[in-house]
Design a protein around this ligand. Sequence first.
Ligand SMILES: Cc1cc2nc3c(=O)[nH]c(=O)nc-3n(C[C@H](O)[C@H](O)[C@H](O)COP(=O)(O)O)c2cc1C
Length: 381
Amino acid sequence: MRAKLERDFDRFKRELPRDFPAHVCQAYRIDLTARYLGERVPHPIGKGSGQLSLNAGQLEDDAAAGLAFAVLKTVIAEDETGARTMAAWAIHETKMTVERRPAGGGRAGWTVTWKGRGWDRTFTDYLTLVRTGRDLTRAGRLLVVPSVKYHLPRLAEPFRDGEYRYTTAQLADAWREPPLLVEKDFSPTLAGDALADDRPQILRWLREVPARIHAASPIPVRVAVKLMNARFDDLFQVEMMDACAGADTLVVFNRLFDAERGVAYGGWDLSDRNLRVLGTQVAPGIPELTGTGNIHSGRMILDYARCGCHSVQLHTFFQLPLSEYPATHGSRPQRALHALVFHPQDGLIAGMLELEARGELERHGGELRFLDLRAHAHRAG
Ligand SMILES: Cc1cc2nc3c(=O)[nH]c(=O)nc-3n(C[C@H](O)[C@H](O)[C@H](O)COP(=O)(O)O)c2cc1C
Protein backbone atom coordinates (compact mmCIF):
# COMPACT_ATOMS: atom_id res chain seq x y z
CA MET A 1 0.00 0.00 0.00
CA ARG A 2 2.79 2.42 0.99
CA ALA A 3 4.72 1.79 -2.23
CA LYS A 4 1.56 2.18 -4.27
CA LEU A 5 0.79 5.47 -2.53
CA GLU A 6 4.31 6.82 -3.24
CA ARG A 7 3.87 5.86 -6.90
CA ASP A 8 0.42 7.46 -7.20
CA PHE A 9 1.63 10.61 -5.46
CA ASP A 10 4.47 10.92 -7.98
CA ARG A 11 2.54 10.16 -11.14
CA PHE A 12 -0.44 12.36 -10.19
CA LYS A 13 1.88 15.37 -9.77
CA ARG A 14 1.43 15.94 -13.49
CA GLU A 15 -2.28 15.20 -13.66
CA LEU A 16 -4.86 14.16 -11.10
CA PRO A 17 -7.51 11.78 -12.49
CA ARG A 18 -10.90 13.54 -12.45
CA ASP A 19 -12.55 10.53 -10.83
CA PHE A 20 -9.89 10.03 -8.17
CA PRO A 21 -12.46 8.72 -5.60
CA ALA A 22 -13.10 5.71 -7.89
CA HIS A 23 -9.34 5.12 -8.13
CA VAL A 24 -8.96 5.36 -4.33
CA CYS A 25 -11.79 2.87 -3.90
CA GLN A 26 -10.36 0.41 -6.37
CA ALA A 27 -6.66 0.70 -5.44
CA TYR A 28 -6.89 1.08 -1.64
CA ARG A 29 -10.40 -0.18 -0.86
CA ILE A 30 -11.11 3.20 0.76
CA ASP A 31 -14.58 4.70 0.32
CA LEU A 32 -14.27 8.49 0.51
CA THR A 33 -18.04 9.13 0.28
CA ALA A 34 -19.02 12.12 2.44
CA ARG A 35 -22.06 14.35 3.05
CA TYR A 36 -22.74 18.03 2.66
CA LEU A 37 -26.12 19.62 3.46
CA GLY A 38 -27.87 16.25 3.31
CA GLU A 39 -26.39 15.36 -0.11
CA ARG A 40 -24.04 12.45 -0.72
CA VAL A 41 -20.80 13.67 -2.26
CA PRO A 42 -17.99 11.45 -3.64
CA HIS A 43 -15.37 12.75 -1.19
CA PRO A 44 -15.25 15.27 1.67
CA ILE A 45 -13.36 18.21 0.11
CA GLY A 46 -15.30 21.30 -0.97
CA LYS A 47 -14.65 25.00 -1.42
CA GLY A 48 -15.88 27.46 1.20
CA SER A 49 -17.71 30.66 0.26
CA GLY A 50 -15.48 33.60 -0.69
CA GLN A 51 -13.35 35.22 -3.36
CA LEU A 52 -12.71 31.91 -5.11
CA SER A 53 -16.36 31.32 -6.07
CA LEU A 54 -17.25 34.62 -7.74
CA ASN A 55 -17.58 33.61 -11.37
CA ALA A 56 -18.34 30.83 -13.85
CA GLY A 57 -14.65 30.32 -14.71
CA GLN A 58 -13.78 29.45 -11.10
CA LEU A 59 -16.71 27.01 -10.89
CA GLU A 60 -15.66 25.38 -14.16
CA ASP A 61 -12.11 24.85 -12.81
CA ASP A 62 -13.54 23.37 -9.59
CA ALA A 63 -15.73 20.97 -11.57
CA ALA A 64 -12.82 19.98 -13.82
CA ALA A 65 -10.58 19.36 -10.79
CA GLY A 66 -13.23 17.17 -9.15
CA LEU A 67 -14.06 19.18 -6.01
CA ALA A 68 -17.01 17.67 -4.14
CA PHE A 69 -18.90 20.98 -3.81
CA ALA A 70 -18.44 24.76 -3.96
CA VAL A 71 -20.26 27.42 -1.94
CA LEU A 72 -20.78 30.69 -3.80
CA LYS A 73 -19.66 34.03 -2.39
CA THR A 74 -22.11 35.42 0.21
CA VAL A 75 -24.72 37.76 -1.23
CA ILE A 76 -26.41 40.41 0.94
CA ALA A 77 -30.19 39.84 1.14
CA GLU A 78 -32.57 42.45 -0.27
CA ASP A 79 -36.33 43.01 -0.43
CA GLU A 80 -38.39 43.65 -3.57
CA THR A 81 -37.49 47.38 -3.51
CA GLY A 82 -33.77 46.55 -3.39
CA ALA A 83 -33.42 47.66 0.28
CA ARG A 84 -30.67 45.81 2.17
CA THR A 85 -30.44 46.17 5.95
CA MET A 86 -27.01 44.50 5.90
CA ALA A 87 -25.72 46.76 3.09
CA ALA A 88 -22.63 47.60 5.15
CA TRP A 89 -21.41 44.10 4.22
CA ALA A 90 -21.52 44.71 0.44
CA ILE A 91 -18.04 46.26 0.31
CA HIS A 92 -15.98 46.38 -2.87
CA GLU A 93 -12.35 45.41 -2.24
CA THR A 94 -10.09 43.46 -4.55
CA LYS A 95 -6.71 43.36 -2.81
CA MET A 96 -5.96 40.14 -0.94
CA THR A 97 -2.64 39.25 0.69
CA VAL A 98 -1.77 35.62 1.30
CA GLU A 99 0.62 35.65 4.23
CA ARG A 100 2.10 33.62 7.06
CA ARG A 101 0.33 33.82 10.42
CA PRO A 102 2.42 32.66 13.39
CA ALA A 103 0.66 30.77 16.17
CA GLY A 104 1.64 29.13 19.46
CA GLY A 105 4.24 26.35 19.50
CA GLY A 106 6.32 28.01 16.78
CA ARG A 107 3.83 27.00 14.08
CA ALA A 108 3.35 29.27 11.06
CA GLY A 109 0.11 28.72 9.16
CA TRP A 110 -1.31 30.67 6.23
CA THR A 111 -3.94 33.37 6.29
CA VAL A 112 -5.55 35.61 3.68
CA THR A 113 -5.75 39.24 4.73
CA TRP A 114 -8.56 41.09 3.04
CA LYS A 115 -10.77 44.03 4.00
CA GLY A 116 -13.78 43.20 1.83
CA ARG A 117 -17.02 41.55 2.89
CA GLY A 118 -19.95 40.25 0.77
CA TRP A 119 -20.90 40.10 -2.95
CA ASP A 120 -20.38 43.60 -4.39
CA ARG A 121 -22.21 43.31 -7.72
CA THR A 122 -26.00 43.29 -8.34
CA PHE A 123 -28.36 40.59 -7.11
CA THR A 124 -29.27 39.96 -10.76
CA ASP A 125 -25.61 39.13 -11.46
CA TYR A 126 -25.64 36.77 -8.48
CA LEU A 127 -28.72 34.97 -9.79
CA THR A 128 -26.93 34.43 -13.12
CA LEU A 129 -24.09 32.74 -11.23
CA VAL A 130 -26.62 30.64 -9.27
CA ARG A 131 -28.07 29.40 -12.60
CA THR A 132 -24.56 28.44 -13.77
CA GLY A 133 -24.13 26.54 -10.50
CA ARG A 134 -27.51 24.88 -10.94
CA ASP A 135 -26.51 23.60 -14.39
CA LEU A 136 -23.23 22.18 -13.06
CA THR A 137 -25.13 20.53 -10.19
CA ARG A 138 -27.77 19.01 -12.54
CA ALA A 139 -25.02 17.70 -14.80
CA GLY A 140 -23.51 15.91 -11.78
CA ARG A 141 -20.23 17.80 -12.25
CA LEU A 142 -20.12 19.92 -9.07
CA LEU A 143 -22.61 20.55 -6.27
CA VAL A 144 -22.95 24.35 -6.06
CA VAL A 145 -24.68 26.13 -3.17
CA PRO A 146 -25.50 29.86 -2.77
CA SER A 147 -24.71 31.73 0.46
CA VAL A 148 -26.67 34.65 1.92
CA LYS A 149 -26.29 37.18 4.68
CA TYR A 150 -29.88 37.90 5.77
CA HIS A 151 -31.08 40.67 8.07
CA LEU A 152 -30.16 40.22 11.75
CA PRO A 153 -32.14 42.49 14.09
CA ARG A 154 -31.32 43.81 17.54
CA LEU A 155 -33.10 41.99 20.35
CA ALA A 156 -36.07 44.36 20.57
CA GLU A 157 -36.53 44.61 16.79
CA PRO A 158 -38.47 42.37 14.40
CA PHE A 159 -36.82 40.49 11.51
CA ARG A 160 -37.26 42.11 8.08
CA ASP A 161 -39.23 39.24 6.61
CA GLY A 162 -39.44 41.04 3.25
CA GLU A 163 -35.68 40.51 2.76
CA TYR A 164 -35.94 36.83 3.70
CA ARG A 165 -38.94 36.29 1.41
CA TYR A 166 -37.73 38.14 -1.66
CA THR A 167 -34.14 36.86 -1.63
CA THR A 168 -35.09 33.25 -0.95
CA ALA A 169 -37.88 33.27 -3.56
CA GLN A 170 -35.48 34.64 -6.20
CA LEU A 171 -32.92 31.95 -5.37
CA ALA A 172 -35.62 29.27 -5.51
CA ASP A 173 -36.79 30.60 -8.86
CA ALA A 174 -33.25 30.45 -10.25
CA TRP A 175 -32.68 26.96 -8.80
CA ARG A 176 -36.08 25.64 -9.95
CA GLU A 177 -36.07 22.01 -8.76
CA PRO A 178 -36.35 21.33 -5.03
CA PRO A 179 -34.71 21.14 -2.68
CA LEU A 180 -33.03 24.54 -2.63
CA LEU A 181 -29.78 24.36 -0.66
CA VAL A 182 -28.55 27.55 0.99
CA GLU A 183 -25.86 28.61 3.46
CA LYS A 184 -26.48 31.47 5.88
CA ASP A 185 -23.23 33.20 6.78
CA PHE A 186 -22.42 34.55 10.23
CA SER A 187 -19.13 36.18 9.32
CA PRO A 188 -16.06 37.19 11.34
CA THR A 189 -16.71 40.85 10.59
CA LEU A 190 -20.15 40.36 12.11
CA ALA A 191 -18.48 38.77 15.14
CA GLY A 192 -16.32 41.91 15.36
CA ASP A 193 -19.31 44.26 14.97
CA ALA A 194 -21.21 45.93 17.83
CA LEU A 195 -24.30 43.95 16.69
CA ALA A 196 -22.62 40.82 18.08
CA ASP A 197 -21.78 42.26 21.53
CA ASP A 198 -24.81 40.69 23.10
CA ARG A 199 -25.12 36.94 23.73
CA PRO A 200 -28.93 36.68 23.99
CA GLN A 201 -29.18 38.60 20.71
CA ILE A 202 -26.89 36.11 18.92
CA LEU A 203 -28.74 33.11 20.39
CA ARG A 204 -32.07 34.54 19.22
CA TRP A 205 -30.71 34.82 15.66
CA LEU A 206 -29.57 31.21 15.72
CA ARG A 207 -32.89 29.97 17.11
CA GLU A 208 -35.00 31.92 14.62
CA VAL A 209 -33.06 32.30 11.37
CA PRO A 210 -33.32 28.68 10.06
CA ALA A 211 -37.11 28.67 10.53
CA ARG A 212 -37.41 32.06 8.83
CA ILE A 213 -35.54 30.82 5.76
CA HIS A 214 -37.68 27.67 5.70
CA ALA A 215 -40.84 29.80 5.95
CA ALA A 216 -39.62 32.24 3.28
CA SER A 217 -38.93 29.63 0.61
CA PRO A 218 -41.65 28.72 -1.88
CA ILE A 219 -40.01 25.30 -2.37
CA PRO A 220 -38.49 22.88 0.19
CA VAL A 221 -35.14 24.22 1.38
CA ARG A 222 -32.20 22.85 3.37
CA VAL A 223 -30.28 25.42 5.41
CA ALA A 224 -26.65 25.31 6.48
CA VAL A 225 -25.72 27.90 9.09
CA LYS A 226 -22.09 28.95 9.00
CA LEU A 227 -21.38 29.82 12.62
CA MET A 228 -18.97 32.58 13.51
CA ASN A 229 -16.24 32.46 16.12
CA ALA A 230 -17.92 34.87 18.52
CA ARG A 231 -15.78 37.02 20.84
CA PHE A 232 -16.79 34.92 23.84
CA ASP A 233 -15.46 31.71 25.39
CA ASP A 234 -15.53 28.14 24.06
CA LEU A 235 -18.66 27.34 26.02
CA PHE A 236 -20.56 30.00 24.11
CA GLN A 237 -19.55 28.32 20.82
CA VAL A 238 -21.25 25.17 22.13
CA GLU A 239 -24.30 27.21 23.19
CA MET A 240 -24.50 28.60 19.65
CA MET A 241 -24.46 25.08 18.19
CA ASP A 242 -27.23 24.02 20.53
CA ALA A 243 -29.32 27.10 19.72
CA CYS A 244 -29.06 26.33 16.02
CA ALA A 245 -30.77 22.93 16.18
CA GLY A 246 -33.28 24.09 13.53
CA ALA A 247 -30.59 24.16 10.83
CA ASP A 248 -30.01 21.15 8.58
CA THR A 249 -26.23 21.56 8.72
CA LEU A 250 -23.73 23.63 10.72
CA VAL A 251 -20.52 24.91 9.16
CA VAL A 252 -18.02 25.10 12.02
CA PHE A 253 -16.57 27.73 12.45
CA ASN A 254 -15.79 30.81 10.33
CA ARG A 255 -12.52 32.75 10.80
CA LEU A 256 -11.35 34.59 13.90
CA PHE A 257 -11.47 38.38 14.13
CA ASP A 258 -8.38 40.44 14.90
CA ALA A 259 -9.90 43.52 16.54
CA GLU A 260 -6.61 45.43 16.54
CA ARG A 261 -6.06 45.15 12.80
CA GLY A 262 -9.78 45.05 12.02
CA VAL A 263 -9.40 41.92 9.85
CA ALA A 264 -10.47 38.28 9.86
CA TYR A 265 -7.72 35.65 10.07
CA GLY A 266 -7.08 31.92 10.00
CA GLY A 267 -4.11 29.63 10.50
CA TRP A 268 -3.41 27.37 13.48
CA ASP A 269 -5.21 29.55 16.05
CA LEU A 270 -8.40 28.95 14.05
CA SER A 271 -8.10 25.16 13.75
CA ASP A 272 -6.95 24.87 17.40
CA ARG A 273 -10.05 26.69 18.58
CA ASN A 274 -12.47 24.93 16.23
CA LEU A 275 -11.21 21.44 17.10
CA ARG A 276 -11.13 22.23 20.81
CA VAL A 277 -14.78 23.31 20.76
CA LEU A 278 -15.89 20.39 18.55
CA GLY A 279 -14.05 17.99 20.84
CA THR A 280 -16.07 19.13 23.84
CA GLN A 281 -19.51 19.64 22.40
CA VAL A 282 -21.87 17.05 23.77
CA ALA A 283 -25.44 17.70 22.62
CA PRO A 284 -26.94 14.62 20.97
CA GLY A 285 -29.02 15.23 17.85
CA ILE A 286 -27.17 18.32 16.63
CA PRO A 287 -27.36 18.93 12.86
CA GLU A 288 -24.88 17.46 10.38
CA LEU A 289 -21.46 19.18 10.62
CA THR A 290 -19.09 20.52 7.96
CA GLY A 291 -15.67 21.67 9.14
CA THR A 292 -13.80 24.78 8.03
CA GLY A 293 -10.58 26.44 9.19
CA ASN A 294 -6.89 25.90 8.42
CA ILE A 295 -7.47 22.66 6.54
CA HIS A 296 -4.22 22.20 4.64
CA SER A 297 -3.59 18.43 4.86
CA GLY A 298 -5.41 15.12 4.85
CA ARG A 299 -4.48 14.77 8.51
CA MET A 300 -6.33 17.97 9.34
CA ILE A 301 -9.38 16.65 7.45
CA LEU A 302 -9.21 13.54 9.63
CA ASP A 303 -9.04 15.70 12.78
CA TYR A 304 -12.27 17.47 11.79
CA ALA A 305 -13.90 14.16 10.77
CA ARG A 306 -13.01 12.57 14.10
CA CYS A 307 -14.73 15.53 15.78
CA GLY A 308 -17.95 14.68 13.95
CA CYS A 309 -17.66 16.47 10.57
CA HIS A 310 -19.21 14.84 7.48
CA SER A 311 -17.16 16.96 5.05
CA VAL A 312 -14.90 20.04 4.99
CA GLN A 313 -14.75 23.34 3.12
CA LEU A 314 -11.50 25.18 2.43
CA HIS A 315 -10.53 28.61 1.20
CA THR A 316 -6.94 29.53 2.08
CA PHE A 317 -5.39 26.25 0.88
CA PHE A 318 -6.74 26.96 -2.62
CA GLN A 319 -4.88 30.27 -2.66
CA LEU A 320 -1.26 29.43 -1.79
CA PRO A 321 1.78 30.27 -3.95
CA LEU A 322 2.23 27.48 -6.53
CA SER A 323 5.57 26.54 -4.97
CA GLU A 324 3.70 25.33 -1.86
CA TYR A 325 2.01 22.45 -3.70
CA PRO A 326 3.94 19.26 -4.50
CA ALA A 327 2.12 18.91 -7.88
CA THR A 328 3.92 20.39 -10.88
CA HIS A 329 0.93 20.86 -13.19
CA GLY A 330 -2.77 21.68 -12.97
CA SER A 331 -5.07 24.29 -11.48
CA ARG A 332 -4.83 25.18 -7.79
CA PRO A 333 -7.90 23.05 -6.90
CA GLN A 334 -6.24 20.07 -8.66
CA ARG A 335 -2.91 20.62 -6.93
CA ALA A 336 -4.64 21.03 -3.59
CA LEU A 337 -6.63 17.80 -4.00
CA HIS A 338 -3.46 15.95 -5.01
CA ALA A 339 -1.70 16.97 -1.77
CA LEU A 340 -4.74 16.52 0.48
CA VAL A 341 -5.55 13.02 -0.74
CA PHE A 342 -2.31 11.43 -1.96
CA HIS A 343 0.51 12.90 0.14
CA PRO A 344 2.34 9.81 1.41
CA GLN A 345 2.77 11.17 4.96
CA ASP A 346 0.06 13.77 5.51
CA GLY A 347 -2.63 12.80 2.99
CA LEU A 348 -6.08 11.36 3.61
CA ILE A 349 -5.19 7.88 2.37
CA ALA A 350 -1.99 7.71 4.45
CA GLY A 351 -3.88 8.93 7.52
CA MET A 352 -6.74 6.44 7.14
CA LEU A 353 -4.32 3.52 6.63
CA GLU A 354 -2.47 4.62 9.74
CA LEU A 355 -5.69 4.70 11.79
CA GLU A 356 -6.46 1.19 10.55
CA ALA A 357 -2.98 -0.01 11.58
CA ARG A 358 -3.54 1.48 15.07
CA GLY A 359 -6.88 -0.33 15.36
CA GLU A 360 -8.82 2.96 15.37
CA LEU A 361 -10.68 2.39 12.09
CA GLU A 362 -12.07 -0.92 10.87
CA ARG A 363 -12.86 -2.24 7.43
CA HIS A 364 -16.47 -3.10 6.62
CA GLY A 365 -16.97 -5.46 3.72
CA GLY A 366 -13.23 -5.04 3.08
CA GLU A 367 -13.47 -1.23 2.88
CA LEU A 368 -12.34 1.64 5.06
CA ARG A 369 -15.03 4.33 5.00
CA PHE A 370 -14.50 8.05 5.53
CA LEU A 371 -17.91 8.44 7.16
CA ASP A 372 -17.02 5.79 9.77
CA LEU A 373 -14.47 8.22 11.23
CA ARG A 374 -17.30 10.08 12.89
CA ALA A 375 -18.08 7.05 15.02
CA HIS A 376 -14.78 7.81 16.73
CA ALA A 377 -15.80 11.38 17.51
CA HIS A 378 -14.54 12.04 21.00
CA ARG A 379 -17.04 13.67 23.26
CA ALA A 380 -15.30 14.86 26.36
CA GLY A 381 -18.55 15.55 28.22
C1 LIG B 1 -10.74 36.30 1.38
C2 LIG B 1 -11.82 35.49 2.05
C3 LIG B 1 -13.15 35.79 1.83
C4 LIG B 1 -14.15 35.05 2.44
N1 LIG B 1 -15.47 35.36 2.20
C5 LIG B 1 -16.45 34.61 2.77
C6 LIG B 1 -17.82 34.87 2.50
O1 LIG B 1 -18.18 35.77 1.74
N2 LIG B 1 -18.76 34.09 3.10
C7 LIG B 1 -18.43 33.05 3.94
O2 LIG B 1 -19.32 32.35 4.44
N3 LIG B 1 -17.13 32.78 4.21
C8 LIG B 1 -16.15 33.53 3.66
N4 LIG B 1 -14.83 33.22 3.91
C9 LIG B 1 -14.51 32.13 4.87
C10 LIG B 1 -14.07 30.85 4.14
O3 LIG B 1 -15.11 30.29 3.38
C11 LIG B 1 -13.58 29.79 5.14
O4 LIG B 1 -14.67 29.27 5.88
C12 LIG B 1 -12.55 30.32 6.12
O5 LIG B 1 -11.59 31.12 5.45
C13 LIG B 1 -11.81 29.21 6.88
O6 LIG B 1 -11.20 28.30 6.00
P1 LIG B 1 -9.65 28.41 5.54
O7 LIG B 1 -8.83 28.40 6.78
O8 LIG B 1 -9.46 27.19 4.68
O9 LIG B 1 -9.49 29.68 4.77
C14 LIG B 1 -13.81 33.98 3.31
C15 LIG B 1 -12.46 33.68 3.52
C16 LIG B 1 -11.47 34.42 2.91
C17 LIG B 1 -10.05 34.06 3.18
